[in-house]
Design a protein around this ligand. Structure first.
Ligand SMILES: *Cc1c(COP(=O)(O)O)cnc(C)c1O
Length: 356
């Protein structure tokens, strides 16, 4: 059995989710008559406290349609240097919308300094792009944005007439962490989304659906986004099959996010006891680890040979999800211990290069 800790995108639909997909009533969603999609859109709009919502093929498409619905050519959005909406979406807002990003440095928690945001907002002057939008991300690399930060950053943006968009690919993980074990995740979700004009949520990560995201916002914004979605080829037809999976995930896979967080905490606790590596961050369902030069790649290969998969793009990353259990985490810890037990392997890792 493979322990696949590369991402929470690797989750496969469960048997009961497949049954829900098979049962789904469908129509043609471009004509607006797929009942399963319409019901899901209404449900997620209500869950996020927004007027309307629109089903999307991916989180990237959802963020793109959101940014293009907020901004015109020659407008600008303020965004973290390491945020998904700047760094990991192929430059889509610039390529397809002629929207200029204004990326800002983030601290180790993913936060841009309020003073930097204020300084980046351009005055109304023909020299400058028009600053229109602030994009935040929650969770960021698994870390939960604290409420005071969300409140202050969005209030600052509003004072200057900017709209606020949340890339909430993993916002259900943030809500689960805010709510605490046994707490009301859906109530916590609304406390987060309340700061924003638009929110993108993903069903295909920790929620375990095979495909799908949702952009939520005002009716006006969503009707503009619908036009963009059509332009980028995102008008899908009998998409109720996918909406049924997302609906099932909202019923059955939200409260269980606590289990993923507990497994990630168990993994981090075990890794902290192993000399030779350093846990850089461990929050919600994602654990980042620094290993000294070269040995990160060796450790990944060692794990791979034992059926344990992780990624090493930015430090070693381990992500828990519904396809991972305690046994998988124990096997992972045993394999990491075995690696560092070999002579000469346990030298302390160099400090991480910041900012991260
Ligand atoms: C995964 C992710 C997205 C969207 O990814 P897709 O693969 O396009 O669905 C957006 N933002 C963040 C922070 C993500 O982690």
């Amino acid at each position: 059995m493979i322990v696949d800790l590369r991402s929470d995108t690797v989750t496969r639909p469960t048997e009961v989710m497949r049954a829900a997909i098979a049962r789904a009533e469908v129509g043609d969603d471009v004509f607006g008559d797929d009942p399963t999609v319409l019901a899901l859109q209404a449900r997620v709009a209500a869950l996020t406290g927004m007027e309307a919502a629109l089903f999307m093929a991916s989180g990237t498409q959802s963020n793109l349609c959101g940014m293009l619905a907020h901004c015109q050519r020659g407008d600008e959005y303020i965004v973290g240097q390491l945020a998904h909406t700047y760094r990991y979406e192929g430059g889509g807002a610039a390529v397809l919308g002629s929207i200029q990003p204004q990326p800002l440095t983030q601290d180790a928690q993913g936060q841009m300094a309020l003073a930097d945001i204020a300084a980046a907002i351009k005055p109304d002057d023909p020299h400058f792009a028009r600053t229109r939008l602030l994009c935040l991300e929650n969770t960021w690399n698994g870390q939960v944005m604290p409420h005071p930060y969300l409140a202050e950053a969005t209030a600052l943006a509003r004072q200057h007439g900017l709209a606020c968009h949340l890339d909430g690919a993993r916002v259900f993980n943030a809500a689960a962490a805010d709510a605490g074990p046994g707490g009301d995740v859906f109530a916590a979700l609304q406390r987060i989304t309340a700061y924003f004009d638009s929110v993108s949520v993903c069903f295909s990560k920790g929620l375990g659906a095979p495909v799908g995201s949702m952009l939520c916002g005002s009716k006006d914004l969503i009707s503009r986004a619908q036009r963009v979605r059509k332009m980028v080829g995102g008008g899908m037809r009998q998409v109720g099959l996918l909406a049924a999976a997302a609906d099932h995930a909202l019923d059955h896979h939200v409260m269980r996010l606590h289990d993923d967080h507990a497994l990630a905490a168990q993994l981090a606790e075990g890794l902290r006891e192993i000399p030779g590596l350093r846990v850089r961050s461990a929050a919600t369902n994602i654990v980042f680890v620094d290993v000294a030069d070269g040995r990160g790649a060796d450790l990944l290969a060692h794990l791979k040979a034992r059926g344990i998969w992780a990624t090493g793009l930015i430090g070693l990353r381990f992500v828990t999800h519904l396809g991972v259990d305690r046994e998988g985490i124990s096997r992972t810890l045993a394999a990491v211990r075995e690696f560092f037990a070999e002579p000469g392997r346990a030298a302390a890792p160099a400090a991480a290069a910041g900012p991260y």
